[in-house]
Design a protein around this ligand. Sequence first.
Ligand code: PGA
Length: 220
Amino acid sequence: MITLFENYDQMSEYTASIVAEEITNNPSLRIGLPTGSTPLGMYKNLIQFDLDWSNVKTYNLDEYEGIGENHPQSYHTYMNKNLFLHVNLTKDFINFPDKNTDSTLKRVGGLDLLILGIGHNGHIAFNEPGSSLTSASRRVKLSKQTIEANSRFFDSEDEVPKWAFTMGMKTIRESKRIILIANGPDKWDIVDKCFNGGVTKDRPASVLQMHPNIEVFYAS
Ligand code: PGA
């Protein structure tokens, strides 16, 4: 289930090529998208493809609460900068999680493809350790570890939002195809525990072992 890549660039290129292929095969693809440092290479490669995004529907995994959409560290800003402003997406087809996410996705038939990162504590989106493995999309309090990890993007740890809205574990697990990407030696331990160890809500990503169509890409 884990594919090892020699380096980050290779993993990024390959992941982007899969997304491009999916969009080519299904121009109305419903795709779940991550933020963070790991997907940056994938987006960089993806915007080089000549693809028609006009019917693609995007669903971001999470967004902070308490900072506006235009804040430099909001995930809206991240997505505009790294993907949305580079492709011909239809504005109305861009989605960030809110209280309607699950009902909307249910109505349209769920996500066709979901690209995910993983936190050092095994979180996926902002489903922190201890999250129910069947949770709905919801407002969540961020763990101390996540706030510390994300403080590198803010002037100080105090400025990191403490709350966020996240896609839930159930919503994630209902995606038809999932690709989880992880990069760097510091991520190996959690990838190994989540995909070679037991399933536990202390490491939310571990439940993805049970998904029928999951691929894990790891670059050292
Ligand atoms: P990272 O974040 O890609 O910046 O390491 C991953 C995550 O926390 O989901």
